[in-house]
Write a protein that binds this ligand. Structure first.
Ligand code: NAI
Length: 259
């Protein structure tokens, strides 16, 4: 019998689906949320919700409030979507879903991306984004800080990591919040990244570390941070990218030596 219950968003595909596959064996009951259908499985209950719709998110919060002890916000929208949708799902939905539950949650994991390092936005601009409470606020933020879809994706993930870290820092002793930042992973969203970020960037990342990641390799890191084995880990952003950041650092250091 599962002792704890995790809400997983983005559960119908890719990393979220892999996480839903892992958690029951680790003692979790799972509430698997997506706008797309999620296959039925033992210890998994499905919730249909479009995360861009505040009423649907509020209904989910009310529905899960008394039973959920952890949330993994895995759902994400790539830069091929309009910037307002990217920000709504990747940032605003995370806050709408998680903030009302923080008083009773043990742990939260958000899935960001190494794409965050492409965003030049400083903390004060990210904080303005994190202060947006609805779609109209996001539109006003976009009017002040124009972002096309791909740039919005990069900035959304940078803001999501900042929110995760700051919220963790504000809840020491309460819910543990951590982020996971994957490099490219073989899931359906990778096709969109090839379009929005460019074939060359995605291929360079695979060349640097030998291949793309697998969904289960990212899901395992999320499951670890979500569970009690990570009890002393708060406010970190864990890269899960086969050493991509290390390879880039080594290449940059070699270039300095050569020049
Ligand atoms: P995926 O496309 O396989 O899964 C994304 C899921 O999010 C889908 O099931 C989709 O239906 C759901 N979703 C999107 N918009 C939604 C909405 N409005 N309401 C409810 N659900 C919605 O992609 P993948 O790879 O599993 O992505 C998971 C997370 O990992 C995303 O946050 C993505 O940004 C991040 N990521 C993925 C990388 C990759 O190369 N696959 C690299 C870095 C980060």
């Amino acid at each position: 019998m599962a002792e704890r219950t995790a809400l997983v968003t983005g559960a119908a595909s890719g990393i979220g689906a892999a996480l839903v596959g892992l958690l029951p064996d680790a003692g979790w009951r799972v509430l698997a949320l997506d706008r797309a259908p999620v296959p039925a499985a033992p210890d998994v209950e499905t919730l249909t919700c479009d995360l861009t719709d505040p009423a649907q998110v509020a209904a989910v919060v009310a529905r899960v409030r008394d039973e959920v002890s952890a949330v993994a916000h895995v759902a994400g929208v790539p830069g091929t979507a309009p910037a307002s949708t990217v920000l709504a799902v990747n940032v605003l939905a995370a806050r709408r879903l998680i903030e009302p539950l923080l008083g009773t949650l043990d742990s939260v994991v958000t899935v960001a991306s190494v794409a965050q390092y492409r965003s030049p936005e400083p903390d004060d601009v990210l904080d303005e984004l994190l202060a947006c409470g609805d779609a109209a606020d996001l539109d006003r933020w976009l009017a002040r800080h124009p972002h096309a879809g791909p740039a919005a994706y990069d900035t959304s993930k940078k803001a999501l990591v900042r929110w995760t870290r700051l919220t963790a820092g504000r809840h020491i002793g309460g819910a543990r919040l951590n982020a996971v930042s994957p490099g490219p992973v073989e899931t359906p969203i990778l096709r969109d990244f090839r379009t929005s970020m460019g074939e060359a960037d995605i291929d360079r990342a695979a060349a640097a570390v030998g291949r793309h990641g697998r969904p289960d390799e990212v899901a395992a890191a999320v499951a670890f941070l979500l569970g009690p084995s990570a009890s002393w880990i708060r406010g970190v952003d864990l890269p899960v990218e086969g050493g991509l950041l290390a390879a880039r650092a080594a290449a940059a250091a070699a270039a300095v030596v050569v020049n």
